[in-house]
Design a protein around this ligand. Sequence first.
Ligand code: ATP
Length: 288
Amino acid sequence: MTSIMTTSKPITPTRTPSAPGAAQVSLRGVDKEFIRPGRSGETVHALGPIDLDLRRGEFFAVVGPSGCGKSTLLELVAGLSTATRGDVTFEGKPIHNRIPDGVGVVFQEDASFPWLSVRENIAFGLRRIKIDPKERERRIENALAMMGLTSFAHSFPAQLSGGMRQRVCIARTLVTEPRLILLDEPFGALDQQTRLLMGDEVLNLWRKTGATVFLITHALDEAAMLADRIGVMSARPGRLIDIVETGWPRDRDSRIVQEEAFGAITARLWRSLRAESMKAIGKPEVEP
Ligand SMILES: Nc1ncnc2c1ncn2[C@@H]1O[C@H](COP(=O)(O)OP(=O)(O)OP(=O)(O)O)[C@@H](O)[C@H]1O
């Protein structure tokens, strides 16, 4: 394997290095505030300000302390929530209040429908897409094959492992042939070995589809193994405090966890994140 480098930038940049060509997703001056339910009506500043460009076809992961606004960030890009301030665009068009065409979302929890077979679960992804029956079949067969589910097409979720159920959810998104795939802690509920192997599956589909992947994860090793670039967020309100370029080759797989550079990347991520994680649990770091 080729030698792998992390960038040796200071750990406080707030902007992505300039992307070649137009960004596929662009966030400019984005803030999100929530009104806390109850009488006080207190405002919670969850996120921002954030400036970020996602390059077409890249694998971008976001890590950050608990409650820093990672899911909020993904929801803004998914059109499931609207920014309080700033602009979020996908392929040059503003995103708000609906998942844009060309965007697929996979959430943490197992969202397979237990009463539908694997095939029917996957076909559900096409319910709003008008295509002829032949094309529909082609897409379903393709998604089944890509996620290694062909021989389980007629099984039901209860007959599958947790990892396979999550593959069904990914396949349901894949049939829409998204140009941008958003993954919100998709392997959070899986054991470590299954997560590594699921990581291989995701890398494989990223290569085959050419889609951009935007992954939210609390697992530094997952981000370090999968991504081209990793955005590190501060404690709430979440801002980008570091962007780490992994430099991995496109044909990587889970064996890179054995590389020396892998340890260097996770160490760099933890260096950026440690103080923020301590703030997030109410224990700000005291200088020795
Ligand atoms: N609908 C909402 N109403 C009020 N506050 C919210 C809402 N959604 C999120 N928040 C608050 O915004 C902050 C960020 O939440 P978010 O779920 O995005 O963080 P996270 O980084 O994904 O957390 P975790 O890593 O624990 O999953 C939290 O303080 C949360 O309580």
